[in-house]
Ligand binder design. Structure first.
Ligand code: AMP
Length: 249
C-alpha cells in the first residue's frame, strides 16, 4: 500500500509572526521556516505504517516554491522513502492544494493519505476534507489513533465530549490531531541518507491544475494590544473594581 503524506512549509511555531507594514500579509524576511507540526505527526504515522509492513512506500509531497525542498528533505530524514515537490510561485489556497494532491494520488495509485488537520499559518483546516471529497476517498479528520488491516482503517477521533471510532474502507484519508503520536527526531546519519533519496519536481501545469487564487486577502493586522494588568491589595478592592470600574458584577 502506497501512502502519501503532505508536508507544508510554514513559519516555525516558535516565531512571533509580524504582519507587513502595508497589511498585505506576513513578513517572511529572515524568518525560520519548518514543517507544519501536524504534518510532522503525519510523517511519523506514515513511517510507522511502513515499519509495521502495512505501507510499502511513503511519499512526502510539498507544494510551493523551491524552498519547500527543505521540508521534503526533513520528511525523508524522518523516514519517508521519496519526495515530490509541486513547484509554483503562486500562493496556493486549500482548494488548489487539494486538486494538485488529487492529481498526485491518481498518478501514483495512492491508497492512503495522511495530512495535518490544519496549517498553523493560515489555520484553514480545509485541505484534507476537500481532497477526500475530490478524490472519492473515505475520510476521518482529527485522528488520535489509527490501525489498518484487511482493507479497512480504524480511526479514533477526538470529538466534543469524548472519542469516536470510525471504520473506513480504503482508499482513505486521515488528518492528524496532536495526540496521534510523538514524532521522532531525525538522526544525523538519516539526514545524510535523505540527501540521496529521490525527489521529483512537478508543476501544476503538468498536473493539469489551474491554481489561480480564488480568495483575496484584503488585510492582515495584529491583534489589539492588551492593556497592562494591575495588582490589587485585597479581595475587597478587587470586588470594588470589578463592580465599579469593569462593571462586570
Ligand atoms: P490547511 O487546510 O491549510 O489547514 O492544511 C491542512 C493540511 O493540508 C496540512 O497540514 C498539510 O498536510 C496539507 N497542506 C496544505 N497546504 C499544503 C502545501 N502547500 N504543501 C503540502 N501540504 C499542504
Amino acid at each position: 500500500m502506497k501512502v502519501l503524506v503532505a508536508v507544508k512549509r510554514v513559519v516555525d511555531y516558535n516565531v512571533k509572526v509580524r504582519p507587513k507594514s502595508d497589511g498585505s500579509g506576513i513578513d517572511l524576511n529572515n524568518v525560520k521556516m519548518s514543517i507544519n507540526p501536524f504534518c510532522e505527526i503525519a510523517v511519523e504515522e506514515a513511517v510507522r505504517l511502513r515499519e509495521k509492513g502495512v505501507a510499502t512506500e511513503v511519499i512526502a509531497v510539498s507544494l510551493g516554491d523551491k524552498a519547500c525542498q527543505e521540508q521534503i528533505r526533513t520528511a525523508l530524514a524522518l523516514g519517508a522513502d521519496r519526495g515530490i515537490l509541486i513547484e509554483t510561485d503562486v500562493e496556493l489556497q486549500p482548494l488548489a492544494v487539494a486538486k494538485l494532491l488529487k492529481a498526485v494520488i491518481e498518478r501514483e495509485g495512492i491508497e492512503f493519505a495522511i495530512l495535518g488537520k490544519q496549517s498553523i499559518d493560515g489555520d484553514n483546516n480545509q485541505t484534507g476534507q476537500m481532497l477526500a471529497a475530490l478524490a472519492g476517498m473515505s475520510q476521518a479528520t482529527f485522528a488520535s489513533k489509527l490501525d489498518i488491516a484487511d482493507g479497512k482503517a480504524t480511526v479514533t477521533r477526538e470529538v466534543d465530549g469524548g472519542m469516536q471510532t470510525l471504520e473506513l474502507t480504503l482508499p482513505a484519508l486521515i488528518t492528524t490531531d496532536l495526540r496521534l503520536n510523538e514524532p521522532r527526531y531525525a538522526s544525523l546519519p538519516n539526514i545524510m541518507k535523505a540527501k540521496k533519496k529521490q525527489l521529483d519536481t512537478l508543476t501544476p501545469a503538468e498536473l493539469g491544475v489551474d491554481v489561480t487564487p480564488r480568495v483575496k486577502t484584503l488585510k492582515v493586522s495584529p491583534p489589539p494590544e492588551r492593556k497592562a494588568g494591575i495588582k490589587v491589595g485585597s479581595v475587597a478592592e478587587l470586588v470594588d473594581k470589578l463592580r465599579n470600574e469593569a462593571k462586570v458584577i
